[in-house]
Design a protein around this ligand. Structure first.
Ligand code: ATP
Ligand code: MG
Length: 419
């Protein structure tokens, strides 16, 4: 019996990798415009890093982490998200001392033990970005501007940007009390999880997906109505900047993120096209996180998008690439001459294919068709003696005599009927 992969851990097959490369390249290009540099952090970290940053009472830490003991007896975890690792690296390498503002981006696999379904996997991929060192609302707006431009560059008008403010340590406790009091009156209607979380993480009730909880929390007090002056000011400035740059957004006062480190501005890009997997990208400000992880008081804000979900939204777009030229050969001398020609054209940047199975001319031409090669040429003894052959444009069968030199053929296949 053959061995299969693990449930929720997917292969990315060649048919889809063109789409993924498009997503990654677009992100790199957009990030560069806003001054972001790439950081690559390990896939495994000490478990404590995630407990301390994401929070012990979050779904991620309570239920979703891949945690194991390594042979040395330390508890390690496959990273469930990127921000914690990036902040750990920022502190460890004192990047905050090299520059007061750090703009970093990352891409790579994340791991969460969830029930696999469309748009939800156990190994999934995120592209994310973080800015540290600036508490100014202008930075919040710039991150949101960048995210919305990124989705524009993907060619997506869905998903839509929703924003909220989660306040700060000065105003959240009073809000939390008001919410706990509201929930206490509706105990019976709440699911078991929400009841259990009331002492530890009552805000989670607001984004619980259980219908009973959605109904019971209608009319619940909202954080935006309990913001302190500074948070209120901050949030209105963010909205002013967004409006000034014509970034479309809506307010979602019920949005609470599943990670404890968020403060002030939080946001999601939400789609109606992926069922319960409605969040395509999400993020927010985390002004206390660096300090909480043992670093200096450096504010930060960031986001991450789910590559699988973006790929699902882009789904039907084709990123198929096709060869520029197929060299069909008859006989050993032609095979060698064809190999030489192929090497010279490849050096000039063309994608060239030739026979590698010793097939008949007819099957070689079938293969050229199957690969959707733009051009083909047949080399046999006659062509070698004459030093010339016939270049065929596959789309319309148009034929053109050419010298068997890389430079001539390169000129003929450049632009000539690019279809
Ligand atoms: P959800 O509410 O769908 O569980 P989340 O709030 O847990 O999402 P975040 O932790 O904010 O998600 O991660 C940011 C993005 O990563 C999400 O918007 C989503 O696109 C993607 N993502 C999160 N979990 C998964 C998963 N298990 N499989 C695929 N993509 C995921
Ligand atoms: Mg989740």
């Amino acid at each position: 019996m053959s061995i299969t992969g693990i449930k929720g851990f997917n292969d990315l097959l060649p048919a889809e990798s063109g789409l993924w490369q498009f997503i990654e390249q677009t992100a790199r290009q957009v990030f560069a415009r806003y001054g972001f540099n790439e950081i690559r952090v390990p896939i495994v970290e000490k478990t404590e890093l995630f407990c301390r940053s994401i929070g012990d009472t979050t779904d991620i830490v309570e239920k979703e982490m891949y945690t194991f003991m390594d042979k040395g007896g330390s508890s390690l975890t496959l990273r469930p998200e990127g921000t914690a690792s990036v902040m750990r690296a920022l502190i460890e390498h004192k990047l905050y001392a090299l520059d007061s503002i750090n703009k970093l981006y990352y891409m790579g696999p994340m791991f969460r033990h969830e029930r696999p379904q469309k748009g939800r996997y156990r190994q999934f991929h995120q592209i994310g970005a973080e800015v540290t060192g600036a508490a100014d609302p202008l930075i919040d707006a710039q991150v949101l501007l960048m995210v919305s431009r990124l989705f524009q560059e993907f060619g997506l008008t869905e998903p839509r940007l929703q924003i909220n403010s989660l306040g700060c340590p000065a105003c959240r406790p009073a809000y939390r009390q008001a919410l706990v009091a509201f929930l206490a009156e509706r105990q019976e209607a709440l699911c078991e999880d929400c009841r259990r979380r009331q002492g530890t993480n009552p805000l989670r009730a607001l984004d619980c997906k259980v219908p009973g909880c959605i109904e019971a929390t209608q009319g619940a007090p909202a954080m935006v109505e309990h913001l302190c002056n500074e948070c209120d000011q901050h949030f209105s400035m963010v909205q002013n900047y967004l409006t000034a740059a014509e970034v479309l957004f809506s307010l979602n006062p019920r949005m609470v993120r599943g990670l404890d480190y968020y403060t002030r501005t939080t946001f999601e890009l939400v789609t109606g096209l992926l069922g319960a997997q409605s969040a395509v990208a999400a993020g927010g400000r985390y002004d206390g996180l660096v300090e909480q992880l043992g670093g200096p008081a450096v504010p930060g804000i960031g986001f991450a998008l789910g590559v699988e979900r973006v790929a699902l939204l882009l789904g039907d777009r084709s990123f198929e690439k096709t060869p520029d030229l197929f060299i069909a050969v008859m006989g050993d001398a032609a095979r060698t001459a064809g190999f030489r020609l192929m090497a010279a054209l490849q050096d000039q940047g063309f994608w060239v294919e030739t026979d590698c199975e010793g097939k008949s001319l007819k099957s070689q031409m079938r293969r050229a068709d199957k690969l959707k090669s733009r051009y083909s040429i047949v080399l046999g003894d006659t062509e070698l003696v004459a030093g010339s052959g016939t270049l065929k444009r596959m789309a319309d069968g148009n034929q053109q005599p050419v010298h068997l030199e890389a430079a001539t053929i390169a000129a003929a296949i450049t632009g000539g009927g690019q279809t």
